[in-house]
Design a protein around this ligand. Structure first.
Ligand SMILES: [Zn+2]
Length: 102
């Protein structure tokens, strides 16, 4: 037993959720095989723990898709800004024409 029981009890949550490092998993597994107290703790933990979330820690995020989405959004914001400016210019011209008519 290389890890002490307190450390194993701290790592049990990470081990259970599958987010512990390979080294931690190996150490916790080895400890659980040999230590009855920690094994019982882990059994109780499994019964009381919420269902594990399916974390996806792979770094293969779809950045190309995100960049495309941001480009499209930027384009729409540009179109909206140009529309606002041209509508303001039209309103100003109409106001000037109305003032001149009087
Ligand atoms: Zn132990």
């Amino acid at each position: 037993m290389s890890l002490n029981c307190d450390i194993v009890k701290d790592l049990v949550a990470l081990y259970h959720d599958g987010v512990a490092s390979e080294a931690s998993v190996a150490e916790v597994k080895a400890h659980l095989k040999e230590c009855k107290s920690c094994r019982n703790y882990y059994k109780l933990y499994r019964l009381s723990a919420p269902p594990t979330l399916n974390y996806n820690f792979t770094a293969t995020g779809n950045y190309g898709e995100l960049a495309k989405h941001m480009r499209v959004r930027r384009l729409w914001m540009l179109v909206a800004a140009l529309s606002y400016v041209s509508a303001s210019i039209c309103a100003l011209i109409m106001l000037i024409l109305r003032i001149k008519r009087k």
